[in-house]
Design a protein around this ligand. Structure first.
Ligand SMILES: Nc1nc2c(ncn2[C@@H]2O[C@H](COP(=O)(O)OP(=O)(O)OP(=O)(O)O)[C@@H](O)[C@H]2O)c(=O)[nH]1
Ligand SMILES: [Mg+2]
Length: 476
């Protein structure tokens, strides 16, 4: 089996260019050029002390950059990385100019006129993968690292970029290759009726591979939360103080608050960080029998948010008794929660006012049975810290994730491949127990080897690559 994906050879690739920094006004912008003619293409417009074409790798050169007619566009610094010692593995030039969109685009335009092609999204990283600079899991980590918004997400993506997941996959694949080796050696002697691989040893090796694969796949529960953060929906009857709680948690007056029921009509979403974890807070319209079309749409939107949230905060106003209508709302909200595993917390707001909503009243309500209760005041801040911690607790992340120990699976693609491999290995185990022949076993173990190979890109298809790299930004 070939162990590296054979794509159209990047050696025959053309030279690509793209703006690598975010487009906007800033100190500098960087344009990245990669390909066999990178130095040549840049040299057409570069006017410096020395010629770029003869320059050594890992050198920086100051000069000006001109358009095709020799008109100067800007002062630039170009850094040259000669093949294979670069991000992509090809010759790469990074051209820094003044950070304005107009100037940057003009230089990019001049580079294209000089023979470069506009890069596709993720094409630099794709080339890095095709040249073996990164494996596929590491390439995916590049996009995650760029997008990370919390300490944990950053650490998880950085570890993946450094190869922590890849090396665990490699160990697993090596173990499978060892088993296949044992089975195939024996196959050579089958005609002589020899069986010299101890079945018990084979069972143990296979069992170990199954457990390790399963254990790695199960880290996805944590990994998904770390990478994507948690979605927390604030829901409840009108006027209970949902928007006020959102504002207090954000420490800014983001949502409009009034004493008129039905103030919030659309969904408001903002992010905070709790214990290093990204939390998306979603404020919704108070659910009631919507009187106007606008409100009715707001209510529908709230319900849609609740359907796919990670934690539901059901807010009640503790300064008044529960009424029939509150119960009807709460029940309706709780039934919108399509994922029964998503935890729901009862938030008793307005604790600064005289409490009328007694525990007694709540205990009797069946729909609230077993729900965690937190008393807060959006006005004086009482209980808000508890609420913040309860969010992290609710998704099982109170102790956090230390980054120590084994690798973490943060992508559904990796998780699915691991589960597939686990299934294939379990099938092989069944065959082993049933006394099936070695080639029978080998087929399933090879399939598992391929499934694991998909994670790091040792086995892949153009479709998988297209799917992964098209999600990158241009210039990455
Ligand atoms: N005393 C007191 N008043 C509060 C508290 N939280 C909110 N309020 C008041 O309750 C009223 C409604 O607050 P909102 O935050 O707009 O309530 P909401 O649940 O978002 O209401 P809708 O958007 O209409 O569904 C406002 O007058 C707030 O000032 C609180 O903790 N204590
Ligand atoms: Mg509101």
């Amino acid at each position: 089996m070939s162990d590296r994906y054979q794509a159209p050879l990047p050696h025959q690739a053309d030279t690509i260019a793209a703006i690598a920094t975010a487009l906007g006004e800033g100190g500098i912008s960087v344009i990245r050029i990669s390909g066999p003619k990178a130095a040549e293409v840049v040299a057409r417009g570069f006017r410096g002390k020395h010629s770029l074409e003869g320059a050594a790798t890992h050198t920086a050169h100051y000069g000006s950059f001109t358009d095709r007619d020799g008109k100067e566009i800007d002062e630039v610094v170009v850094t040259l990385f000669r093949e294979p010692h670069s991000y992509t593995g090809e010759t790469v030039v990074e051209l820094s100019c003044h950070g304005g969109p107009f100037v940057t685009r003009r230089i990019l335009g001049a580079l294209v006129e000089a023979g470069a092609r506009h890069a596709d999204p993720g094409e630099f990283t794709k080339r890095a993968f095709l040249h073996g600079k990164l494996d596929l899991a590491q390439a995916e980590a590049v996009a995650d690292l760029i997008r990370s918004q919390s300490d944990l997400a950053h650490r998880a993506s950085f570890e993946q970029l450094q190869g922590k997941l890849s090396s665990e996959i490699r160990l697993l694949r090596d173990a499978l290759i060892q088993i296949i080796g044992l089975l195939e050696v024996e196959l050579d002697f089958v005609e002589e009726g020899l069986e010299f691989v101890d079945r018990q040893k084979l069972t143990n090796l296979l069992q170990e591979a199954i457990s390790k694969t399963g254990r790695l796949a199960s880290t996805f529960t944590t990994g998904k939360i770390i990478r994507d953060g948690i979605r927390v929906v604030l829901a409840g009857a009108p006027n209970v103080g949902k928007s006020s709680i959102l504002n207090s948690l954000l420490a800014e007056e983001r949502a409009i608050v009034t004493d008129i029921p039905g103030t919030t009509r659309d969904v408001i979403e903002e992010g905070i960080i709790v214990d290093g974890l990204a939390v998306r807070l979603i404020d919704t319209a108070g659910v009631r029998t919507a009187e106007s079309i606008v409100e009715a749409e707001g209510v529908r939107r709230s319900e849609r948010q609740i359907e796919n949230c990670d934690v539901l905060l059901l807010v009640l106003d503790s300064s008044r008794h529960l009424e029939e209508i509150d119960l009807a709302h709460s029940n309706r909200l709780l039934t919108s929660l399509k994922r029964p595993e998503a935890p729901c917390i009862l938030v008793l707001n307005k604790s600064d006012l005289t409490s009328r909503l007694t525990s007694r009243e709540l205990v009797d309500i069946e729909a609230f049975a077993g729900l965690k209760r937190i008393t807060v005041s959006a006005v004086n801040g009482h209980g808000l810290e508890n609420l913040r911690l309860a969010l992290v607790d609710a998704v099982g992340m109170r102790k956090g994730w230390s980054g120590e120990g084994g690798a973490l699976v943060t992508h559904r693609r990796h998780h699915d491949a691991l589960r597939r491999a686990q299934g294939e290995l379990s099938r092989a185990m069944d065959s082993l127990v049933a006394g099936a022949s070695n080639d029978f076993l080998s087929v399933d173990i090879r399939a598992a080897l391929d499934s694991l190979g998909e994670i790091v890109g040792a086995v892949t298809t153009d479709d998988i690559l297209e799917d992964i790299f098209s999600k990158f930004c241009i210039g990455k």
